[in-house]
Design a protein around this ligand. Structure first.
Ligand code: CP3
Length: 357
C-alpha cells in the first residue's frame, strides 16, 4: 500500500523543503520519492507518488491539504447545478505532471520492478467532493444518493469518465498495473453499492482494460441508466489488458459483489481472515492484503506470527499479493517493514521449494 510517507526519513527530508502538492506536481521529485522505498525495502513493485485528489482540480474543484486533516475541497458539491458545472478534463492536460513522473520512473527502473499507477474510484472521489474533506458518516453523500439520484448518477458518470481517462493515460505513460482506491465504499450497504457504485467501477475497470461495457451505449446495467452523453469509450483505449487492482476497506460483507467489478485483484483489509475471503471470492481473482498496518508497531515476533498466519491460510494458492490491509502509518518503524518484506520472500522461497520437490 502506501510505500512512501512520513515513516521514511528520506521522504521527511524532502518534505521539509517542499509542500505535498508541490512535490506531486514536480515530476523529478515525485519520481525520486517513488523510488525511495525500493532502495531500502525488498518490495516487489513501486507505486507512483501522487494522490487520488489532484485530478479533481481539473473538474473545477479547489483542493488543499491541511495539517492533520488530509485533503480539503473548498467548493464542495452541494446541488445538481454544481455537478452540471463540473468540467470533463483531459487528464493529459491537467495531471500531465504525474504522467511525466511515470515516464521518469519507468526509465529509472529499466524493468527491475513493475510500476503501479492508481486513481481514486468514483465513490471515494465523490465522497470527498461532496463532503469537502474526510468524513465519518458520509451523511451528505448518502443524502444526495438517496434523494437526488439523477444528480448522483450524473456525478458518478463524470467521475467514471475522469477515472477511465486518467487510468488509460497512466497506462500509455508506462504504468504496468492500475490500482483503484475505493477506500470508503465500505460505508455503504451492499444493495446501495450494487445500485449506485458498482456499474461505475465496472465501467472504469473495463475501460482501463480497453474493453467496452454495455453502459458505453447508455443501456441499462444493474438497473442503472448510466448517462451515455457523459460516458464515452476513451480515445486512449489500448489493446493489451492491464491488470487492475480494486482496493477498499470494510468491504468484507460484499466480497461476492466485488467479483462483479471485473478486477483482476481484490484488496482485502484485516477485518476478515484471508482464507474466508478467498472462499467467498472464489477462484479467478487474486487477493491483495491483509495485514493490519498497526501490527508493524509490535515487537518482531508478533509481526512474524501474524504474517505467518496469513501466509499459512493462503497455503500457497496462486494469486496472493502480500500487503498491508490499508496504507502504512506515519511513524511505522522502517526496520520492521524491511524485515517483513524479507520474511515474506523467505517464506515464499521455502514453500516454493517444497512444491517443486
Ligand atoms: O505512498 C505513496 O507514495 C503512494 C502514493 C499515494 C498517496 N496517496 C500519497 C500521499 C497513494 C496511493 C494515495 C492514495 C490515497 N490518497 C487514498 C487511497 C488510499 C487510502 O489510504 O485509503 C486516499 C483516501 C487519499 C487521500 C489522502 N491523501 C489522505 C486521506 C491524505 C492524508 C493522509 C495523512 O495521513 O494525513 C493524503 C495525503 C498523502 N497522500 C500523503 C502521501 C504520502 C501524506 C502527505 C504528506 O503530508 O507528506
Amino acid at each position: 500500500m502506501r510505500q512512501a510517507g512520513r515513516y521514511m526519513p528520506e521522504y521527511r527530508a524532502l518534505r521539509e523543503r517542499y509542500g505535498f502538492l508541490e512535490m506531486v506536481k514536480t515530476p523529478e521529485l515525485a519520481a525520486e520519492v517513488t523510488l525511495q522505498p525500493l532502495r531500502v525495502l525488498d518490495v516487489d513493485a513501486a507505486i507512483i507518488y501522487a494522490d487520488i485528489m489532484p485530478p479533481l482540480e481539473g473538474m473545477g474543484l479547489r483542493l488543499s491539504y491541511e495539517q492533520g486533516e488530509g485533503p480539503v475541497i473548498h467548493n464542495p458539491l452541494r446541488a445538481l447545478a454544481d455537478i452540471e458545472a463540473l468540467e470533463q478534463p483531459d487528464p493529459r492536460e491537467t495531471v500531465g505532471y504525474t504522467l511525466d513522473a511515470i515516464r521518469l520512473v519507468k526509465r529509472e527502473l529499466a524493468g527491475r520492478a513493475p510500476l503501479i499507477g492508481f486513481s481514486g474510484a468514483p465513490f471515494t472521489l465523490a465522497s470527498y467532493a461532496i463532503e469537502g474533506g474526510a468524513s465519518r458518516e458520509y451523511r451528505r453523500t448518502k443524502r444526495l444518493m438517496y434523494s437526488e439520484p439523477a444528480a448522483w448518477h450524473l456525478l458518478m458518470s463524470k467521475l467514471a469518465q475522469l477515472v477511465s481517462d486518467y487510468a488509460l493515460a497512466q497506462v500509455a505513460a508506462g504504468a504496468d498495473a492500475i490500482q483503484l482506491f475505493d477506500s470508503w465504499a465500505g460505508a455503504l450497504a451492499p444493495g446501495d453499492y450494487a445500485e449506485y457504485v458498482l456499474p461505475y467501477v465496472q465501467h472504469c475497470i473495463a475501460a482501463t482494460k480497453g474493453r467496452r461495457t454495455t453502459n458505453d451505449e447508455g443501456r441499462r446495467m444493474n438497473n442503472t441508466v448510466v448517462s451515455s452523453s457523459v460516458l464515452r469509450p476513451s480515445s486512449l483505449a489500448v489493446e493489451d489488458s492491464t491488470p487492475v487492482i480494486y482496493f477498499g476497506t470494510g468491504l468484507s460483507g460484499m466480497l461476492s459483489l466485488l467479483r462483479q467489478t471485473g478486477a483482476d485483484v481484490l484488496g482485502v483489509d484485516w477485518r476478515i481472515q484471508i482464507d474466508d475471503a478467498w472462499a467467498q471470492i472464489g477462484p479467478g481473482a487474486a487477493i491483495q492484503g491483509n495485514l493490519d498496518p498497526h501490527v508493524l508497531f509490535a515487537p518482531w515476533p508478533e509481526i512474524e506470527r501474524r504474517a505467518a498466519d496469513i501466509l499459512s491460510r493462503v497455503a500457497g494458492r496462486p494469486g496472493h499479493i502480500f500487503n498491508l490491509g490499508h496504507g502504512i502509518l506515519t511513524e511505522t518503524p522502517v526496520e520492521n517493514v524491511a524485515r517483513l518484506a524479507e520474511f515474506v520472500h523467505a517464506y515464499d522461497a521455502v514453500t516454493d521449494d517444497k512444491t517443486t520437490r
